[in-house]
Design a protein around this ligand. Sequence first.
Ligand SMILES: C[S@@+](CC[C@H](N)C(=O)[O-])C[C@H]1O[C@@H](n2cnc3c(N)ncnc32)[C@H](O)[C@@H]1O
Length: 255
Amino acid sequence: MMYGEHDLSSLAIFSGSFINYGYWTGAQGDRPITVDERTESQAEMYRQVVSRLEPRLGDRLLELGCGIGVGAAMVAHEFGVMVTGLDRSDEQLERARDVNAEAIAGLPDRLSFEKGSVTDLPVADNAVEGVYAVEMLQHVDDLAQTAREVGRVLRPGGRFATAGFFAPEAGRTPIAELIETVESGIDVIRPVGEFAADLGDAGLEDVRVDSIGEHVWPYFDRWVAQTEYADSWGRNWLRCYENGWIDYYMVTARR
Ligand SMILES: C[S@@+](CC[C@H](N)C(=O)[O-])C[C@H]1O[C@@H](n2cnc3c(N)ncnc32)[C@H](O)[C@@H]1O
C-alpha cells in the first residue's frame, strides 16, 4: 500500500513528516525555498483547515487520515483541543506514535492515534465538536458514506473542514495521462460539487467550497522544481490547475 512500508514523507517533495502540498502565505521572491519554509507551508495548511472549525479550548476533534500525526500534535498544542488522529495504515500509526511520543506524553488525554477507515469511523454518535481532513479524501472510494459518517459523529452545531484537491467540474480531462498517481488510481479526482452535495445529503448545513489553489500550486511547483523531481510528472499539477482541470479547495460545513 502507498503509505505502507515506505515513508512517503521522506521524499524530497515533502518535509517535516507532513505529507501535503502546503498552503503558502509568503512570496519567496527569486531565492530558493528553504526546507523550513516547505515544512511551514504544510503546518500552515493544518492551521488554515482547523481555524475553519472555530474550535474552543477543550473541544474534541477528529482528524481523518492523520498520516504521521505531526499535524494532529500541532493542532492539539496550538489550539488547546483534544485530537484523535485516525488512519487506516498500521505503519503510519506506528510512525505517528513514535514521532509524537513526546507530544503524547506531554499532552495527556489530548492526543491519541487510532486505526480506522473514514467510511466506518470507530467513534460514537455525536461525540466530537469538529472533524477535519488534510489532503486525504482523494484516496477515499465512497465520499457519500464518509459524509454520512462525519454527520453521525459530529455533535449538533459541530463543524467539518477539509482541504484537498478536486476537479472544478464533472467531465473528461487528461489528468490521468499527466499525473502518475491518478493514472494508477492512488489519487481519484472527483468534482468538488459532488462532494459538497454529499455533505448536504448527509444532513450537514452551510456547505461552503472555496478555491485556495493560488496558495498551493504555484509555490508547490516552485518547490518541486528545486528537488530531484524537477523533471518529473510532479510538475504537471500546476499545468492541470492552469488548464482548469484540477484545483485545491477548502470545503466546510456545519451539523
Ligand atoms: C496524503 S496523506 C496525508 C497525511 C496528513 N494529513 C498530512 O497532511 O501530512 C493521506 C493519509 O490518509 C490515509 N488514508 C487513506 N485512505 C484512508 C481511509 N479510507 N481511512 C483512513 N485513512 C486513510 C493514508 O494512510 C495516509 O496516511
